[in-house]
Design a binder for this molecule. Structure first.
Ligand code: WTA
Length: 678
């Protein structure tokens, strides 16, 4: 086992005013949360508004051997999360506090919105949705860039008890359509487009493509609501002959029977909307995430437990205080944005920065310019962003003061010690606490992290379990390991923020998360526990890929590849990548008579970008006359991962139906075509 890593103590300035000031205090609270979770969470729930409060204790069965897997927290209590994140603060006199500083892609574009103003806009849009027939339980698909309307739309759904299903604006028409069809959404909300850096993403055009696919599948959306966001620039760029990627002759196409402008609908909408009082266990939102097999899974979170979880983890993991300015660089289209841009910060009455752009536009110091502009004290980003910014050296960082920073968070993948040290020493000037937060779409919020004022940090380790979390490491035989060890990371008892089901597919929920290691929730991650009880995540132990902190299922990429006429079969694996964490290496078996050329490789790359989204772009494509399969036909990705990196150590290949394919692929490795942009 590796030597014990050095401890970095918390930043003393953070400790001084922290909610939890020492490891002992953390341990004491943690123990209470494990010994009596109901009273621990009931105390926390006291800080929220409940229309009705039941005395029900939580109930759970995580063990498939005992029947249906089920989790309930605070069932019988009624509340509304929108009321808790907005009305509650306005009523207590904080209405004039800024909820969001919006910072546009172009540094000259910015605005702000207070809690009071946000509430008014949310009420108006709730009334708009109501007027269009959206009711409690209906699904609403949201495909928007990082603009305030995205927050307004999601909170309006929450106010009505409608289930929002946000699709990241980097997804393609096909992926969006698939998600609309699976969720049977009534309404789609999008914008004309969005500029990220110099590049236009023609969202309305992509949404139109999705609508068409839905129509072909005999599914009719009721309406498509369109936010007018950048059409002036889109038109101007078109007039000036700048290609903007939209396929229509006008900057956007308009479908009279379906499309409605957001601003027309909001014009004159009533400024008050009574919230729907929902059971704590009623659904709040669904969010698709990738698994190792099959189509994306609609992870479903509920109102009460998720609210407590997002709010409490935000408060403690970032040691939030009223005078903080918080900036999370994630996109709301992913779970990090749901929990730590919208619900967690707003539940705490925080002031946040909502950033539309990219870290390298207009230059690589953009984050630090924003930090100084708003005096950001708590900053949350992904290791891939830190690594990308490291390549520009220290100069873009040092150009700005960053003296307001106190806590730096990271999420999305294990952070390599080199990136951790750059984050700590250069970005944080050696005086900020780092919170490496391990969690997942499925967990709703942080699960393992250090607390900024209490727990010493180790570069590369996520740290210790959050309140209420009982991590266990198990081996292949489903045996719980003790002390320092390495194995599969599972969780032993439920917590308020755990997803309750996969939308419309409870069986798959049980199969994926509870059957692999009976008695536990299985995270899909490998993990090591060291002498100090710290958890070190070692990456996915299933076939899920993690590219730039985005979860991608191998099955999604493979099905995009085989849809190309020239491809019979495909297998995709991840290989280590300096910046992105993982790069995509694709093996393709071609149809008879097709030659593997760089033109074809380019087409296949485009096919994946079109079908899944540009963020899932392949890096290498290799022709595979055959794939290493077991006799039962299962592709042995373990071997493909070795082949991708050119390793000769292929492990045990005796169980393969045809071991000769390994030598063949090994020989062909030098002919793999690199399709990634350099
Ligand atoms: C990985 C993102 C190591 C992990 C919130 C997990 C991490 C998957 C960390 C979930 C971290 C996330 N250290 N690995 N701090 N945070 N991961 O659902 O493999 O998009 O299972 O949620 O990201 O990705 P998801």
């Amino acid at each position: 086992m590796a030597a014990e890593a050095a401890f970095y103590p918390p930043n003393p300035a953070v400790t001084e005013r922290a909610h939890v000031k020492s490891n002992e205090e953390y341990k004491e609270m943690y123990q209470r949360s494990i010994d009596d979770p109901d009273s621990f969470w009931s105390d926390i729930a006291d800080g929220f508004y409940w229309k009705q409060r039941s005395t029900n204790k939580h109930s759970e069965n995580l063990d498939v051997r005992n029947g249906r897997v089920e989790v309930e927290w605070m069932k019988g209590s009624s509340t509304n999360i929108c009321y808790n994140v907005l009305d509650r603060h306005v009523k207590s006199g904080s209405g004039s506090k800024v909820a969001f500083f919006w910072e546009g892609n172009d540094p000259a574009d910015s605005s702000k919105i207070t809690y009071e103003e946000l509430l008014k806009e949310v009420c108006k849009f709730s009334n708009v949705l109501k007027g269009k027939g959206v009711k409690r339980g209906d699904r609403v698909a949201i495909y928007l860039p990082m603009i305030v309307e995205l927050v307004i739309a999601m909170l309006a759904c929450a106010r009505l008890g409608a289930v929002h299903s946000i699709v990241f604006s980097g997804f393609s028409s096909d992926s969006l359509a698939e998600r609309i069809l699976d969720s049977q959404a009534k309404i789609l909300i999008t914008s004309d487009g969005v500029y990220r850096g110099d590049k236009l993403i023609p969202l309305k055009d992509i949404a139109d493509g999705a609508v068409e696919i839905c129509q072909k599948a005999n599914f009719e959306l009721k309406h498509c609501v369109v936010v007018r966001h950048c059409i002036e620039r889109m038109n101007k760029d078109r007039t000036n002959g700048v290609a903007n990627g939209a396929s229509s002759t006008d900057a956007i196409k308009w479908n009279q029977s379906l499309d409605l402008w957001w601003h027309d609908l909001m014009d004159g909408a009533d400024e008050w909307c009574e919230p729907e009082w929902l059971d704590a266990e009623d659904p709040l939102f669904m969010l698709y995430t990738s698994g190792s097999t099959g189509r994306p899974k609609g992870v479903l979170h509920t109102c009460g437990g998720y609210m407590l979880w997002a709010a409490t983890t935000f408060k403690y993991s970032f040691d939030y205080h009223e005078d903080d300015v918080y900036f999370c660089t994630a996109d709301i289209g992913w779970i990090t944005g749901h929990s730590y841009i919208t619900y967690g910060p707003l539940a705490n009455g925080a002031t946040s920065v909502l950033f539309e752009g990219v870290p390298t536009f207009p230059d690589a110091s953009r984050y630090w310019a924003i930090v100084d502009k708003y005096n950001v004290s708590k900053f949350y980003t992904a290791p891939t962003a830190v690594r990308a910014l490291m390549t520009f050296g220290t100069e873009p960082v040092k150009k700005y003061k960053r003296t307001s920073l106190q806590v730096l968070g990271t999420v999305g993948e294990p952070i390599n010690p080199e990136a951790w040290l750059f984050y700590y020493n250069v970005i944080g000037d050696g005086r900020c606490s780092i919170a490496d937060t391990w969690w997942q779409t499925e967990t709703g919020g942080h699960m393992i992290t250090t607390l900024p004022g209490a727990t010493p940090m180790k570069p590369g380790a996520a740290g210790l379990p959050f309140f209420g979390i009982k991590p266990v490491i198990v081996n292949d035989k489903n045996e719980e390991l003790h002390g320092p060890c390495e194995g599969y990371l599972c969780i032993k008892q439920s917590w308020p923020g755990i997803m309750r089901t996969l939308f419309g597919n409870h069986e798959r929920y049980e199969d994926v998360y509870f059957k692999p290691f009976p008695g536990y929730y299985y995270s899909g991650d490998g993990c090591r526990r060291d002498e100090s009880g710290y958890y070190w995540l070692t990456g996915r132990s299933d076939d899920v890929l993690n590219v730039s902190g985005h979860r991608i299922g191998t099955a999604e990429i493979e099905s995009a590849l085989v849809e190309h006429d020239s491809v019979c079969e495909a297998a995709v694996v991840g290989m280590d990548h300096e910046l992105k964490g993982q790069a995509l290496f694709c093996f393709v078996t071609l149809a008879a008579g097709i030659d593997f050329t760089s033109e074809l490789a380019g087409q296949l790359k485009q096919q994946v970008r079109r079908k899944v989204g540009p963020f899932a772009s392949p890096d290498y494509i290799q022709e595979a006359p055959g794939l290493p399969k077991t006799r039962s036909g299962k592709i042995m990705r373990r071997i493909l991962r070795k082949l991708a990196i050119g390793s000769d150590d292929h492990g045990d290949i005796s169980t393969l139906a045809d071991p000769a394919v390994v030598a063949q692929l090994s020989k062909g490795r030098s002919l793999a075509i690199r399709v990634a942009a350099s």
